[in-house]
Design a protein around this ligand. Structure first.
Ligand SMILES: *Cc1c(COP(=O)(O)O)cnc(C)c1O
Length: 389
C-alpha cells in the first residue's frame, strides 16, 4: 500500500496488513515461527528482536495512526513505558513527570529509578510554571499523560513541548486514554507516544499489550534496549491486536458519542454532584481539549452525592460491570477510593480531588438508554437500602 496518508478508517482496516499471496485470503496470515533462516537473508528475524512478519506489519499500522515514521509493540503497556523511559535515561540523568500519572508508571519511577541513579521530579501543577521550575540542568525527559486518570485533567501539549524544546529535552506522552483516534500528539511537537494497547487498541478486554510510536531515530534507540530487556509480544496476540485495531476508529467514535451524551445526562441528575468530562463546557480543560483533541474520549468520572454510598451503588449495577481496567466495548465502572487509590490516605486523596463518591466510568458501545436505565435502577436501589435502615 502506498505511503500517502489515508483516512483513519482505512488506516485502521488496511495499513500494515500482510498480503496472503499463496491463498489470497482476506486477512493477514499469522507467522508463528520463532526460528527463521539466518543465512543469505538481510533481516535476522526473531520474536525478541521485534521483527517477525506480524510484528512488523502491526507496527506499520500503529505508526500510521500516530503519524510517525516507526513504532514498536510490547508485551504490556508497562513494558512500553519502562523500556522507553530507560532508553533515554542514563545514570545521573533527571526526568520530569506530570503530577497525575497512571499508577503503574508512578510505581516504576519511585520503586526502581533510584537504583539506576536516575533522579525525578513530579510537577506540582500542570501549568507552564510548574513544568519550567521542575527542570534542572540534568533533565533529559519530560513525561506527560492527557487526559489523565481519574479526573480527566488536560495538559497543554504545545506548552509542554515549547518548554522542553527551549531546554533541549525529549518529550513523551502516555496517549492511552485518548487513543490515536482522538489525539495525535506529534502535531503538537511531542516526540514519543506510548500506549497501553490493553485499552482502546485492543478494545475487547482480552489482550495485554503495549506500543510506542516515534521517529525512526527514536525507535531505533528504544529497540536497542528493548531487545535486551525482552518485553516482546507473542505473534498470536499481535495477530489478535491487528484484528482488534481494524475496528478501533468505529469503536472509539461510538464510545466518544456515548460518553458525551452520558456525561451531559449525568450532569443533569440531582444524585450526581460533579461530572468530570473534557467534552463538557464546565470542565476546566474543555477549551484546551477542543484545541488538541478531535473527540473527547470514552472515559467519564462522576461524583455521587454524599447520601448515595459508592460501594452500594457499584454493587447495585446490573449491566455495567465493576472492573479495574478500561476501554473495552462493554461499559465498566470503578471506585478509585476502593481500588486504584485505596492505598492513599484520606488526606492525600482529598488533595488529589478524589472523593469517596467518585466513580470512574469507562463507557462502552451499548445502547445509551440501557446504560441510563442501569444507573437509574442502581440509584433507586441505594435509596431503598438507605430508607430501610
Ligand atoms: C493500563 C495503563 C497503562 C499500563 O498498561 P498495561 O498494559 O496494564 O501494562 C499505562 N498507562 C495508562 C494510562 C493505562 O491506562
Amino acid at each position: 500500500m502506498s505511503l500517502k496518508k489515508k483516512g483513519i478508517q482505512t488506516i485502521c482496516t488496511h495499513v500494515g496488513e500482510i498480503e496472503d499471496e499463496q491463498f489470497k485470503g482476506a486477512v493477514s496470515p499469522i507467522y508463528l515461527s520463532s526460528s527463521y533462516a539466518f543465512m543469505d537473508v538481510d533481516v535476522k528475524r526473531y520474536p525478541r528482536y521485534f521483527n517477525t512478519p506480524n510484528q512488523e506489519a502491526l507496527c506499520k499500522k500503529i505508526a500510521a495512526l500516530e503519524e510517525t515514521e516507526g513504532a514498536l509493540i510490547f508485551g504490556s503497556g508497562m513494558a512500553a513505558v519502562s523500556t522507553t523511559l530507560l532508553a533515554f535515561l542514563n545514570q545521573g540523568d533527571h526526568v520530569v513527570l506530570q503530577k497525575t500519572l497512571y499508577g503503574g508508571t508512578y510505581n516504576l519511577v519511585v520503586e526502581e529509578f533510584a537504583k539506576y541513579g536516575i533522579t525525578y521530579t513530579f510537577t506540582d501543577g500542570l501549568d507552564e510554571e510548574a513544568f519550567a521550575k521542575a527542570i534542572t540542568e540534568k533533565t533529559k525527559v519530560l513525561y506527560i499523560e492527557t487526559p489523565s486518570n481519574p479526573l480527566m485533567t488536560i495538559t497543554d501539549m504545545q506548552m509542554v513541548t515549547d518548554v522542553a524544546k527551549k531546554n533541549g529535552i525529549i518529550t513523551m506522552i502516555d496517549n492511552t486514554f485518548a487513543s490515536p483516534i482522538n489525539q495525535n500528539p506529534i502535531n503538537f511537537g511531542i516526540d514519543i507516544m506510548i500506549h497501553s494497547a490493553t485499552k482502546y487498541m485492543g478494545g475487547h478486554s482480552d489482550i495485554c499489550a503495549g506500543a510506542v510510536a516515534a521517529s525512526q531515530e527514536h525507535i531505533d534507540k528504544i529497540w536497542n534496549l528493548a531487545k535486551n530487556l525482552g518485553g516482546s509480544l507473542s505473534d498470536m496476540t499481535v495477530w489478535m491486536l491487528e484484528r482488534s485495531m481494524k475496528t478501533m476508529a468505529l469503536r472509539v467514535n461510538a464510545q466518544n458519542a456515548n460518553a458525551l451524551a452520558l456525561a451531559t445526562w449525568l450532569d443533569s441528575l440531582d444524585e450526581i454532584r460533579t461530572v468530570y468530562y473534557p467534552g463538557l463546557p464546565s470542565h476546566p480543560g474543555h477549551e484546551l481539549a477542543k484545541r488538541q483533541m478531535s473527540g473527547f474520549g470514552g472515559m467519564v468520572s462522576f461524583e455521587l452525592i454524599a447520601t448515595i454510598d459508592a460501594a452500594v451503588f457499584m454493587k447495585s449495577l446490573e449491566l455495567i460491570k465493576p472492573s479495574m481496567s478500561l476501554a473495552g466495548v462493554e461499559s465498566t465502572m470503578l471506585s478509585p477510593t476502593q481500588t486504584s487509590h485505596a492505598l492513599l490516605s484520606p488526606e492525600e486523596r482529598e488533595i488529589q480531588g478524589i472523593a469517596d463518591g467518585l466513580i470512574r466510568f469507562s463507557v462502552g458501545i451499548e445502547d445509551i438508554e440501557d446504560l441510563q436505565q442501569d444507573i437509574i435502577q442502581a440509584i433507586k436501589k441505594v435509596r431503598k437500602a438507605v430508607a430501610v435502615h
